[in-house]
Design a protein around this ligand. Structure first.
Ligand SMILES: O=C[C@H](O)COP(=O)(O)O
Length: 334
Protein backbone atom coordinates (compact mmCIF):
# COMPACT_ATOMS: atom_id res chain seq x y z
CA UNK A 1 0.00 0.00 0.00
CA UNK A 2 1.32 3.48 -0.74
CA UNK A 3 0.37 6.70 0.95
CA UNK A 4 2.25 9.98 0.85
CA UNK A 5 1.81 11.07 4.47
CA UNK A 6 4.71 10.87 6.91
CA UNK A 7 5.00 11.79 10.58
CA UNK A 8 7.40 14.70 10.96
CA UNK A 9 9.13 13.75 14.24
CA UNK A 10 10.12 10.13 14.77
CA UNK A 11 9.36 8.72 18.20
CA UNK A 12 12.44 8.55 20.43
CA UNK A 13 12.23 4.86 21.25
CA UNK A 14 11.24 2.72 18.27
CA UNK A 15 11.57 -0.73 19.84
CA UNK A 16 10.12 -1.75 23.20
CA UNK A 17 12.44 -3.30 25.74
CA UNK A 18 9.63 -5.01 27.65
CA UNK A 19 6.11 -6.24 27.18
CA UNK A 20 4.61 -3.11 28.69
CA UNK A 21 1.37 -2.31 26.93
CA UNK A 22 1.86 0.26 24.19
CA UNK A 23 -0.06 3.50 24.59
CA UNK A 24 -3.65 2.98 23.43
CA UNK A 25 -4.54 4.34 20.05
CA UNK A 26 -6.79 7.32 20.80
CA UNK A 27 -7.54 7.76 17.12
CA UNK A 28 -7.40 10.96 15.12
CA UNK A 29 -9.99 12.99 13.20
CA UNK A 30 -11.09 11.34 9.97
CA UNK A 31 -8.59 12.36 7.28
CA UNK A 32 -10.41 11.68 4.00
CA UNK A 33 -7.53 12.97 1.86
CA UNK A 34 -5.26 10.34 3.36
CA UNK A 35 -7.88 7.60 2.93
CA UNK A 36 -8.40 8.49 -0.74
CA UNK A 37 -4.67 8.48 -1.41
CA UNK A 38 -4.46 4.77 -0.63
CA UNK A 39 -3.33 2.70 -3.62
CA UNK A 40 -2.64 -1.04 -3.72
CA UNK A 41 -0.70 -2.75 -6.50
CA UNK A 42 -2.40 -6.12 -6.34
CA UNK A 43 0.17 -8.12 -8.34
CA UNK A 44 3.09 -6.64 -6.35
CA UNK A 45 1.31 -7.50 -3.09
CA UNK A 46 0.64 -11.05 -4.26
CA UNK A 47 4.24 -11.52 -5.38
CA UNK A 48 5.59 -10.26 -2.07
CA UNK A 49 3.13 -12.41 -0.11
CA UNK A 50 4.20 -15.48 -2.07
CA UNK A 51 7.86 -14.92 -1.18
CA UNK A 52 7.26 -14.27 2.53
CA UNK A 53 7.19 -17.93 3.60
CA UNK A 54 10.49 -18.47 1.79
CA UNK A 55 12.34 -15.48 3.26
CA UNK A 56 13.39 -17.12 6.53
CA UNK A 57 14.10 -20.72 7.42
CA UNK A 58 13.24 -21.38 11.03
CA UNK A 59 14.32 -24.88 12.08
CA UNK A 60 15.01 -27.00 15.17
CA UNK A 61 15.26 -25.13 18.48
CA UNK A 62 14.59 -21.80 16.77
CA UNK A 63 11.40 -23.21 15.32
CA UNK A 64 10.36 -24.50 18.74
CA UNK A 65 11.02 -21.04 20.21
CA UNK A 66 8.98 -19.34 17.47
CA UNK A 67 6.13 -21.81 18.02
CA UNK A 68 6.13 -21.14 21.75
CA UNK A 69 5.93 -17.42 20.93
CA UNK A 70 3.05 -18.13 18.54
CA UNK A 71 1.13 -19.87 21.34
CA UNK A 72 1.37 -16.78 23.54
CA UNK A 73 -0.21 -14.82 20.67
CA UNK A 74 -3.19 -17.13 20.09
CA UNK A 75 -6.70 -15.90 20.84
CA UNK A 76 -7.96 -19.39 21.62
CA UNK A 77 -11.39 -19.33 20.10
CA UNK A 78 -14.64 -21.20 20.06
CA UNK A 79 -17.46 -19.63 18.06
CA UNK A 80 -19.81 -22.44 17.20
CA UNK A 81 -23.54 -22.93 17.38
CA UNK A 82 -23.04 -25.94 19.63
CA UNK A 83 -20.79 -24.18 22.18
CA UNK A 84 -21.73 -25.04 25.74
CA UNK A 85 -20.43 -23.94 29.15
CA UNK A 86 -18.69 -27.32 29.26
CA UNK A 87 -16.60 -26.89 26.14
CA UNK A 88 -15.76 -23.29 27.10
CA UNK A 89 -14.54 -24.54 30.48
CA UNK A 90 -12.33 -27.09 28.74
CA UNK A 91 -11.03 -24.44 26.37
CA UNK A 92 -10.11 -22.27 29.36
CA UNK A 93 -8.22 -25.19 30.93
CA UNK A 94 -6.31 -25.48 27.67
CA UNK A 95 -5.67 -21.72 27.68
CA UNK A 96 -4.13 -22.00 31.15
CA UNK A 97 -1.87 -24.84 30.10
CA UNK A 98 -1.64 -24.88 26.32
CA UNK A 99 1.22 -27.41 26.11
CA UNK A 100 1.73 -30.62 28.09
CA UNK A 101 4.06 -29.97 31.02
CA UNK A 102 6.49 -32.78 30.04
CA UNK A 103 7.00 -31.14 26.65
CA UNK A 104 7.49 -27.71 28.19
CA UNK A 105 9.99 -29.11 30.68
CA UNK A 106 11.94 -30.83 27.90
CA UNK A 107 12.02 -27.51 26.04
CA UNK A 108 13.28 -25.74 29.15
CA UNK A 109 10.35 -23.35 28.85
CA UNK A 110 8.58 -21.56 31.65
CA UNK A 111 4.88 -21.54 32.19
CA UNK A 112 3.02 -20.51 29.12
CA UNK A 113 -0.43 -19.14 28.42
CA UNK A 114 -2.34 -18.01 25.37
CA UNK A 115 -3.11 -14.39 24.47
CA UNK A 116 -6.84 -14.55 25.21
CA UNK A 117 -9.89 -16.79 25.13
CA UNK A 118 -12.46 -15.65 22.58
CA UNK A 119 -16.14 -16.60 22.87
CA UNK A 120 -19.66 -15.42 22.08
CA UNK A 121 -21.22 -12.95 24.50
CA UNK A 122 -23.44 -15.44 26.34
CA UNK A 123 -20.39 -17.47 27.41
CA UNK A 124 -18.25 -14.55 28.61
CA UNK A 125 -19.10 -15.01 32.29
CA UNK A 126 -18.30 -18.75 32.10
CA UNK A 127 -14.88 -18.00 30.65
CA UNK A 128 -14.19 -15.14 33.07
CA UNK A 129 -14.85 -17.42 36.01
CA UNK A 130 -12.80 -20.26 34.58
CA UNK A 131 -9.81 -17.97 34.05
CA UNK A 132 -9.84 -16.42 37.50
CA UNK A 133 -6.38 -16.31 39.03
CA UNK A 134 -4.74 -15.91 35.62
CA UNK A 135 -3.97 -12.81 33.57
CA UNK A 136 -5.64 -14.28 30.46
CA UNK A 137 -8.27 -11.85 29.17
CA UNK A 138 -11.62 -12.93 27.79
CA UNK A 139 -12.48 -11.51 24.38
CA UNK A 140 -16.09 -11.35 23.21
CA UNK A 141 -17.15 -11.16 19.58
CA UNK A 142 -19.75 -8.45 19.30
CA UNK A 143 -21.90 -6.05 17.23
CA UNK A 144 -23.91 -8.77 15.53
CA UNK A 145 -20.96 -11.05 14.79
CA UNK A 146 -20.35 -12.33 12.16
CA UNK A 147 -22.52 -10.45 9.63
CA UNK A 148 -22.88 -7.18 11.56
CA UNK A 149 -26.45 -6.68 10.35
CA UNK A 150 -28.05 -5.91 13.73
CA UNK A 151 -29.51 -2.47 14.53
CA UNK A 152 -26.85 0.00 15.67
CA UNK A 153 -28.34 0.57 19.14
CA UNK A 154 -28.39 -3.17 19.72
CA UNK A 155 -24.71 -3.39 18.76
CA UNK A 156 -23.78 -0.80 21.38
CA UNK A 157 -25.83 -2.64 24.00
CA UNK A 158 -24.09 -5.87 23.12
CA UNK A 159 -20.66 -4.32 23.66
CA UNK A 160 -21.72 -2.80 26.97
CA UNK A 161 -23.18 -6.09 28.19
CA UNK A 162 -19.99 -8.00 27.29
CA UNK A 163 -17.83 -5.45 29.12
CA UNK A 164 -20.19 -5.65 32.08
CA UNK A 165 -19.85 -9.45 32.08
CA UNK A 166 -16.06 -9.12 32.35
CA UNK A 167 -14.76 -9.15 28.76
CA UNK A 168 -11.53 -7.17 28.61
CA UNK A 169 -11.34 -7.33 24.84
CA UNK A 170 -14.14 -6.79 22.33
CA UNK A 171 -13.90 -8.03 18.74
CA UNK A 172 -16.37 -5.90 16.77
CA UNK A 173 -17.40 -6.38 13.15
CA UNK A 174 -17.69 -3.38 10.87
CA UNK A 175 -20.66 -2.72 8.56
CA UNK A 176 -19.26 -3.88 5.23
CA UNK A 177 -21.89 -1.72 3.46
CA UNK A 178 -20.11 1.46 4.61
CA UNK A 179 -16.97 0.31 2.80
CA UNK A 180 -18.76 -0.96 -0.30
CA UNK A 181 -20.63 2.35 -0.68
CA UNK A 182 -17.55 4.46 0.08
CA UNK A 183 -19.23 6.01 3.12
CA UNK A 184 -16.03 6.49 5.14
CA UNK A 185 -17.63 9.01 7.48
CA UNK A 186 -20.28 6.44 8.47
CA UNK A 187 -17.60 3.80 9.05
CA UNK A 188 -15.55 6.22 11.14
CA UNK A 189 -18.57 7.27 13.24
CA UNK A 190 -19.62 3.65 13.77
CA UNK A 191 -16.19 2.46 14.93
CA UNK A 192 -15.70 5.58 17.08
CA UNK A 193 -19.00 4.85 18.85
CA UNK A 194 -17.99 1.20 19.35
CA UNK A 195 -14.70 2.32 20.84
CA UNK A 196 -16.52 4.63 23.27
CA UNK A 197 -18.82 1.77 24.29
CA UNK A 198 -15.78 -0.47 24.93
CA UNK A 199 -14.42 1.92 27.56
CA UNK A 200 -11.27 0.35 29.00
CA UNK A 201 -11.74 -2.89 27.07
CA UNK A 202 -9.45 -3.15 24.07
CA UNK A 203 -11.23 -3.12 20.73
CA UNK A 204 -10.30 -5.36 17.82
CA UNK A 205 -11.94 -4.27 14.60
CA UNK A 206 -12.85 -7.09 12.23
CA UNK A 207 -12.86 -6.00 8.59
CA UNK A 208 -14.18 -9.26 7.08
CA UNK A 209 -11.78 -8.55 4.23
CA UNK A 210 -13.17 -11.10 1.81
CA UNK A 211 -16.44 -9.13 1.75
CA UNK A 212 -14.77 -5.77 0.97
CA UNK A 213 -14.34 -6.51 -2.77
CA UNK A 214 -10.82 -5.07 -3.28
CA UNK A 215 -7.46 -4.86 -1.56
CA UNK A 216 -7.67 -1.06 -1.87
CA UNK A 217 -10.86 -1.16 0.19
CA UNK A 218 -9.00 -3.29 2.76
CA UNK A 219 -6.27 -0.63 2.99
CA UNK A 220 -8.77 2.23 3.19
CA UNK A 221 -10.95 0.51 5.80
CA UNK A 222 -7.85 -0.34 7.87
CA UNK A 223 -6.89 3.34 7.99
CA UNK A 224 -10.41 4.56 8.84
CA UNK A 225 -10.73 2.02 11.67
CA UNK A 226 -7.37 3.10 13.11
CA UNK A 227 -8.34 6.79 12.82
CA UNK A 228 -11.50 5.88 14.77
CA UNK A 229 -9.44 4.37 17.60
CA UNK A 230 -9.10 0.61 16.90
CA UNK A 231 -6.58 -1.05 19.23
CA UNK A 232 -6.21 -3.92 16.75
CA UNK A 233 -7.34 -4.46 13.19
CA UNK A 234 -8.40 -8.03 12.46
CA UNK A 235 -8.81 -9.72 9.09
CA UNK A 236 -11.85 -11.96 9.35
CA UNK A 237 -14.57 -13.53 11.44
CA UNK A 238 -13.62 -17.06 10.43
CA UNK A 239 -17.08 -17.31 8.85
CA UNK A 240 -16.37 -15.70 5.46
CA UNK A 241 -15.81 -17.86 2.38
CA UNK A 242 -12.11 -16.86 2.49
CA UNK A 243 -10.55 -15.69 5.72
CA UNK A 244 -6.99 -14.65 6.66
CA UNK A 245 -4.62 -14.57 3.67
CA UNK A 246 -1.07 -13.24 3.45
CA UNK A 247 -1.86 -10.62 0.72
CA UNK A 248 -4.57 -9.14 2.92
CA UNK A 249 -2.18 -9.32 5.88
CA UNK A 250 0.43 -7.44 3.90
CA UNK A 251 -1.97 -4.61 3.04
CA UNK A 252 -3.19 -4.34 6.64
CA UNK A 253 0.27 -4.42 8.25
CA UNK A 254 1.47 -1.74 5.83
CA UNK A 255 -1.52 0.39 6.81
CA UNK A 256 -0.50 -0.12 10.45
CA UNK A 257 3.05 0.97 9.58
CA UNK A 258 1.82 4.09 7.75
CA UNK A 259 -0.49 4.98 10.63
CA UNK A 260 2.33 4.53 13.14
CA UNK A 261 4.70 6.66 11.10
CA UNK A 262 2.16 9.49 10.94
CA UNK A 263 0.64 9.34 14.43
CA UNK A 264 3.10 7.48 16.67
CA UNK A 265 0.34 5.01 17.71
CA UNK A 266 1.14 1.32 17.49
CA UNK A 267 -1.97 -0.58 16.43
CA UNK A 268 -2.06 -4.35 16.74
CA UNK A 269 -2.82 -6.91 14.04
CA UNK A 270 -4.90 -10.08 14.27
CA UNK A 271 -5.19 -12.51 11.39
CA UNK A 272 -8.07 -14.91 12.06
CA UNK A 273 -9.92 -17.68 10.33
CA UNK A 274 -8.56 -20.83 8.77
CA UNK A 275 -5.15 -20.70 10.48
CA UNK A 276 -4.70 -24.31 11.52
CA UNK A 277 -1.07 -25.35 11.06
CA UNK A 278 2.18 -24.58 12.84
CA UNK A 279 3.68 -23.77 9.44
CA UNK A 280 1.06 -21.09 8.79
CA UNK A 281 1.62 -19.61 12.26
CA UNK A 282 5.32 -19.27 11.34
CA UNK A 283 4.36 -17.56 8.07
CA UNK A 284 2.32 -14.98 9.98
CA UNK A 285 5.14 -14.38 12.46
CA UNK A 286 7.53 -13.87 9.55
CA UNK A 287 5.14 -11.36 7.99
CA UNK A 288 5.04 -9.42 11.26
CA UNK A 289 8.82 -9.44 11.63
CA UNK A 290 9.41 -8.40 8.03
CA UNK A 291 6.74 -5.70 7.83
CA UNK A 292 6.51 -4.29 11.36
CA UNK A 293 9.62 -5.49 13.18
CA UNK A 294 10.25 -7.02 16.60
CA UNK A 295 8.09 -4.49 18.44
CA UNK A 296 5.01 -6.24 16.97
CA UNK A 297 6.17 -9.79 17.77
CA UNK A 298 4.36 -10.17 21.06
CA UNK A 299 0.78 -10.49 22.20
CA UNK A 300 0.34 -6.82 23.04
CA UNK A 301 0.42 -6.10 19.29
CA UNK A 302 -0.08 -9.45 17.57
CA UNK A 303 -2.74 -12.12 17.98
CA UNK A 304 -3.75 -15.08 15.89
CA UNK A 305 -7.45 -15.87 16.11
CA UNK A 306 -7.76 -19.64 15.85
CA UNK A 307 -9.83 -22.55 17.08
CA UNK A 308 -7.68 -25.42 15.85
CA UNK A 309 -4.11 -24.10 15.53
CA UNK A 310 -2.91 -24.99 19.02
CA UNK A 311 -3.31 -28.75 18.45
CA UNK A 312 -0.95 -28.71 15.51
CA UNK A 313 1.62 -26.54 17.28
CA UNK A 314 1.57 -28.87 20.27
CA UNK A 315 1.98 -31.81 17.91
CA UNK A 316 5.03 -30.23 16.27
CA UNK A 317 6.58 -29.42 19.65
CA UNK A 318 6.06 -33.03 20.77
CA UNK A 319 7.78 -34.17 17.58
CA UNK A 320 10.71 -31.86 18.26
CA UNK A 321 11.09 -33.23 21.79
CA UNK A 322 10.38 -36.95 21.17
CA UNK A 323 11.28 -37.42 17.52
CA UNK A 324 7.82 -38.76 16.75
CA UNK A 325 4.28 -37.43 16.50
CA UNK A 326 1.96 -38.01 19.45
CA UNK A 327 -1.41 -39.62 18.86
CA UNK A 328 -4.20 -37.03 18.71
CA UNK A 329 -5.58 -38.06 22.11
CA UNK A 330 -2.29 -37.00 23.73
CA UNK A 331 -2.95 -33.35 22.78
CA UNK A 332 -6.71 -32.94 23.08
CA UNK A 333 -8.06 -29.48 22.25
CA UNK A 334 -11.11 -29.45 24.47
O1 LIG B 1 -11.60 -15.10 15.40
C1 LIG B 1 -11.35 -16.29 15.24
C2 LIG B 1 -11.90 -17.13 14.18
O2 LIG B 1 -13.28 -17.16 14.25
C3 LIG B 1 -11.34 -18.51 14.27
O3 LIG B 1 -11.51 -19.14 13.05
P1 LIG B 1 -11.12 -20.69 12.86
O4 LIG B 1 -12.17 -21.47 13.59
O5 LIG B 1 -11.13 -20.90 11.38
O6 LIG B 1 -9.76 -20.92 13.47
Amino acid sequence: MTTTKRRTEPEASQEPTSLALPARNDGIPLDLDWVRQVRVNRSAVERRAATLPTRRTVKKEWQAAWLLRAITCIDLTTLAGDDTPGNVLRLCMKARQPVRSDILTALGADELQVGAVCVYHNLVSVAVEALQGTTIPVAAVSTGFPAGQNPFAQKLQEIEASVQAGAREIDIVISRAHVLTGNWQALYDEVRAFRAACGDAHMKTILATHELATLRHVGMASLVCMMAGADFIKTSTGKEAVNATLPVGLVMTRAIRDYYELTGYKVGFKPAGGIRTAKSALDWLILMKEELGNAWLNNTLFRIGASGLLSDIERQLAYFVNGRYAAAHHNPMV
